[in-house]
Design a protein around this ligand. Sequence first.
Ligand code: CA
Length: 275
Amino acid sequence: MPVRRRVVALPLFALATAVAALAPAAVPALAGVEVPCGTGATSVENGGFETPGVSPETFVTLPADQVPPWRTTDVLGEIELWGDNFNGLPAAEGTTYAELNAYSAGTLYQDIVTSPGATMTWTLQHRGREGEDTMRVLIGDAGTADVTSDEGWDAISDDLVDDTTAWGEHSNSYVVPEGQTCTRFAFRAIGTSSGDASVGNFLDDISFVITIPADPTPTPAAPKPTHKATPPPTDTVETPTRGGGVGGAGLVVGGLLAISAAAAARLSSRRVARR
Ligand SMILES: [Ca+2]
């Protein structure tokens, strides 16, 4: 009997090893390992689709990794870009724009590092290709927002509807919820006048104005005591001058430095970012 158990156990072990080798992506992330958020940018990048850019009066479809950092749900994983004046249609900005309906009714999206409490006002230009086309903007926690459905999103815009006569500008604001440091912004084709899933919804010139709330108080917070910073209670450290001595001043300087770094990070976000 012991011999039979060994014979059965060996193939199972080998099978498990083979499956693990074939599916490395299925290995769960280790607890505590930080997952990157997009490119680490704090606003939309390449919002005008000028990278890589397309020659005037031409169009291309490219794998999404050639239009960084955009990602897409397109069935072929490609993004369709039109050059200025292709079919007589000028870009809203620069020389290139995108068509949400590439090989399917796609969703283009990016993940952005966000500050909870910040107000992010987005603006975009949208246009129909053969008539009235419809798209929406979806915003939510990158950890829950499902790019293939309406599940897990925090905010979904009304229908944005435009025809062929001109680029239509749309804008709205989103306040980043508490604890949400990686936010997904998605731009989804909803409907086309053509009824063809590969024809419609031009998009260009996506940008954000990001407003960070003012500091609640200018008073630096008192440094938090830690076990390492707190010396053991001994007779030698309990002196009448310790609180106003060098050690106390050092803690205050540390607190000021921390506030300065945080303020610098906020200041770097106070800008209008385009592309
Ligand atoms: Ca553009």
